[in-house]
Design a protein around this ligand. Structure first.
Ligand code: NAD
Ligand code: UDP
Ligand code: UDP
Length: 317
């Protein structure tokens, strides 16, 4: 009989996690989605519940979890600044205790485990574009530190469990990702701008809007994560997964206005503390080791994202 892999996705009811669960089910795998629903939503995975190979478990990864699995994708962690700063202590606990528990689980079950790390490990980078050998420029005591340092410590734990306990690890450094199922109130730039444009409200550029980000469409990102999981055991990463197309925040606002046909005006708001000035992935390693590169251009990815937010806004009370 064909062996069906059992895959655990923590944070599976979130934005990226829900697309990952969907993709893994398409390959025929059994998927266990574990989520405490802090920022994730049941509606993100509601369409998967009819599939007998899919299961959802409410659980907080800061507590131990005893299940039998072959692979673990560890995505549990709020990702947008307003969400991860809402309860910063819990954010660090989720990254650090969550990593310890999932690594303990991987060690016991001999499962392969992939960590959703982040471009934030580079902080406000002085090397541009960012290569994986850059150690970063992170403030350890600022308002973003709970997220950035939590994720850095999780990487440390992954590499120590690998060296010390021979756990089969993969570490992905994810750059800004967007698409349908982003939380409309998560305060991230793509969701903010689209919702503001659709409602005809002012578009809020923080600072002068000249800071840059590189935006990856969620389907490309998911392909990158699955390709990394499928690499041979000798390749552990870390590997940047993102779209190298770099845009200023002002350019993003202009694209959103064009594509929505909105009459919204651009207004300036103060730049948040420690906001990185530029960010662009060097994806040479992803191309070489994963045979992966993104395929969806910003304009192409914004269209389905705008269509999703149109429906969300109509459904709002
Ligand atoms: P998201 O907030 O939509 O998803 C995170 C999920 O984790 C949510 O479903 C949330 O309820 C769950 N969660 C949070 N704390 C938990 C806990 N203690 N126990 C169990 N579940 C918990 O965010 P996302 O954008 O889908 O991000 C997914 C992962 O990718 C995160 O680890 C994030 O750090 C990483 N990442 C995302 C981006 C991006 O641009 N979206 C960039 C870099 C890294
Ligand atoms: N753990 C878990 N599920 C398992 C195995 C371990 O949640 O299937 C947790 C365990 O409770 C511990 C953590 O993972 O807190 C780290 O496990 P490890 O075996 O490395 O450490 P130890 O149990 O020796 O402290
Ligand atoms: N940003 C902005 N207006 C908004 C939301 C965000 O100008 O309404 C800026 C923010 O200051 C940052 C960039 O857009 O420079 C990306 O912000 P986001 O919170 O999406 O992600 P991150 O800073 O974590 O990359």
């Amino acid at each position: 009989m064909h062996y069906v892999p059992r895959i655990l996705v923590t944070g599976g009811a979130g934005f990226i996690g829900s697309f990952l669960c969907e993709r893994l089910l398409e390959t025929g795998a059994e998927v266990l989605c574990v989520d405490n629903f802090f920022t994730g939503r049941r509606t993100n995975v509601a369409h998967l519940l009819d599939n007998p190979k899919f299961e959802v478990m409410r659980h907080d990864v800061t507590f131990p979890l005893f299940v039998e699995v072959d692979q673990i994708y560890n995505l549990a962690c709020p990702a947008s600044p307003i969400h991860y700063q809402f309860d910063p202590v819990q954010t660090t606990k989720t990254s650090v205790h969550g990593a310890i528990n999932m690594l303990g689980l991987a060690k016991r079950t001999r499962a392969r485990i992939l960590q959703a790390s982040t471009s934030e490990v580079y902080g406000d980078p002085v090397i541009h574009p960012q290569t994986e050998d850059y150690w970063g420029n992170v403030n350890p005591i600022g308002p973003r530190s709970c997220y950035d340092e939590g994720k850095r410590c999780a990487e440390t734990l992954f590499f120590d469990y690998h060296r010390q306990h021979k756990v089969d690890i993969k570490v992905a450094r994810i750059f800004n990702t967007y698409g349908p199922r982003m939380h409309p109130n998560d305060g991230r730039v793509v969701s903010n701008f689209i919702v503001q444009a659709l409602k005809g409200e002012d578009i809020t550029l923080y600072g002068d809007g000249e800071q840059t980000r590189s935006f990856c469409y969620v389907s490309d990102l998911v392909t990158g994560l699955v390709s990394l999981m499928e690499t041979g055991p000798d390749f552990v990463g870390p590997v940047n997964i993102g779209n190298p197309g770099e845009f200023t925040i002002r350019q993003l606002a202009e694209r959103v206005i064009d594509l929505t046909g909105s009459k919204s005006k651009l207004v300036h708001r103060p730049l948040p503390q420690d906001d990185p000035k530029q960010r662009q992935p060097d994806i040479t390693i992803a191309r070489d080791k994963l045979g992966w590169e993104p395929t969806v251009r910003l304009d192409e990815g914004l269209k389905p994202t705008i269509a999703y937010f149109e429906k969300e806004i109509l459904a709002m009370p």
